[in-house]
Design a protein around this ligand. Sequence first.
Ligand SMILES: CC(C)(COP(=O)(O)OP(=O)(O)OC[C@H]1O[C@@H](n2cnc3c(N)ncnc32)[C@H](O)[C@@H]1OP(=O)(O)O)[C@@H](O)C(=O)NCCC(=O)NCCS
Length: 187
Amino acid sequence: MIKLETDRLILRPLGTKDFDTYYSYTSVPENMTYMIFGPYTPEEAMRFLKMCETWWQEDPPPIYEFAVILKETGKMIGNSGIYMDDERRLTGMLGWCFHRDYWNKGYATESVQALLKFGFEELKLHRIHAECNADNIGSARVMEKVGMRREGHFIKNRFDRVGDKKMWYDEFFYGILREEYLAAKEK
Ligand SMILES: CC(C)(COP(=O)(O)OP(=O)(O)OC[C@H]1O[C@@H](n2cnc3c(N)ncnc32)[C@H](O)[C@@H]1OP(=O)(O)O)[C@@H](O)C(=O)NCCC(=O)NCCS
């Protein structure tokens, strides 16, 4: 089983046994304002967790979706993953969602640092990228803190749900190259 470890966190495969915690935050509107999916019904949450298990069973997985566990308590506080862009496995996209009780404590940043290390050092990716609603200040800040570069601000780029409304909204695109990650690590 793949396990990533940081000072305060353990990232291990997300699956159906995590339903109670996963549903406890993915069902809450405030937690899902800027997520493309959700708020989830129990059925939708379970469907996603089953998909995660299917991805983990593939060799190699096309998507690595991790449960983020706080070492201090052993409790799951969110999920974070890395998605291969295609079967060539040269580039990948990051995603994350944390329980609102644990925001602004640096946990997302710490998880994303672990994912970058995994993506570049284990999966040997060339580039890792992620996108967010331009109003999602917390997500943009996480990407900046881990050394990703804002490469684009796309105006009214996506028509989707934001909170309880569907609308056109701006998106930030962030990216980092393997060579940049390695150079920053040397410093
Ligand atoms: C976005 C999210 C992952 C951030 O997680 P987190 O664990 O709180 O992130 P961190 O604590 O590592 O860093 C958050 C940073 O954003 C800043 N921040 C958060 N909200 C902010 C706001 N409204 N205004 C200014 N700064 C803000 C924090 O101060 C912190 O920066 P700092 O360390 O320089 O002070 C979390 O809020 C979340 O899960 N949100 C719901 C799901 C979601 O939107 N997912 C992303 C979809 S792209």
